[in-house]
Design a protein around this ligand. Structure first.
Ligand code: SF4
Length: 238
């Protein structure tokens, strides 16, 4: 793979979609397992009817934090602070207590407070649906901005986290040299990935990366897209 026309996008996405459906169906048969397998921010978007503030807050908490912790801490935070106004009425210490033990909880508490202030002062308490305006908020990087745009506003965006970055490179989307970091992967995907798949790639590859294409020793023998994969950089697999 490597050039746009060489990559069988339809086959790859069809295989990943049907694997995901089957896996979630089987997980749903196990009490309590179904929802927990969905990426936590996507699940939050479904639960809150795409509330941009809830999605932005959960995405910030999810950075460097396990999904289980993000789910618990974002639910706790949003119960007390369902709007930027309500968050502003809390002290930074109280916010930090609510979101503990999310990674960097003190820094995130400070960022959330500043963000709430900016939203009230500049955007009438609303989250802006614009990449540059989102990037100007404290603690918001490209991953967060992309995830908010696609989950809250249904705007075509490619959210690249470490799973999307790793799997795209193993699959050889960018040729043998690959891409150096998630931001470069996002730029490269914007060039080659058909737009109809921009919103889906995150949910599909995050889940696939957690279950099959694991960071260390991926389960290549159980992989539904192994026929398309040159396994670039994979030294050990199962
Ligand atoms: S074949 Fe292995 S490395 Fe390639 S996508 Fe599948 S699990 Fe990942």
């Amino acid at each position: 793979m490597g050039k746009k026309k060489d990559i069988p996008w339809d086959e790859l996405f069809t295989a990943l979609e049907s694997w995901r459906k089957k896996t979630l169906r089987e997980a749903a048969a196990v009490p309590g397992a179904g929802g927990a397998l969905d990426p936590v921010v996507t699940a939050m978007a479904q639960r809150t009817d795409k509330d941009p503030w809830a999605i932005l807050a959960a995405t910030i908490l999810s950075l460097r934090t396990k999904d289980e912790v993000t789910a618990v801490t974002s639910a706790r935070l949003l119960a007390k602070a369902p709007t930027p106004e309500r968050l502003l009425s809390l002290s930074e210490e109280a916010i930090a207590r609510l979101i503990y033990p999310a990674g960097f909880y003190r820094t995130k508490a400070a960022s959330l407070k500043k963000i709430a202030q900016i939203l009230l002062e500049q955007y009438q308490g609303k989250v802006p649906a614009d990449m540059d305006e989102l990037l100007a908020l404290p603690g918001v990087g490209r991953k967060t901005a992309n995830l908010v745009l696609l989950e809250a506003f249904d705007i075509d965006a490619i959210c690249v986290d470490i799973h999307v970055h790793r799997i795209s490179n193993r699959l050889g989307f960018f040729g043998p040299g690959g891409t150096a970091d998630p931001e470069k992967t996002e730029t490269a995907l914007r060039e080659i990935l058909p737009k109809k798949y921009w919103k889906r790639i995150n949910a599909l590859l995050v889940f696939y990366g957690q279950q099959i294409c694991r960071p260390v020793s991926p389960h290549c023998s159980r992989c539904v897209i192994s026929g398309y994969c040159p396994r670039l950089g994979v030294e050990k697999s199962r």
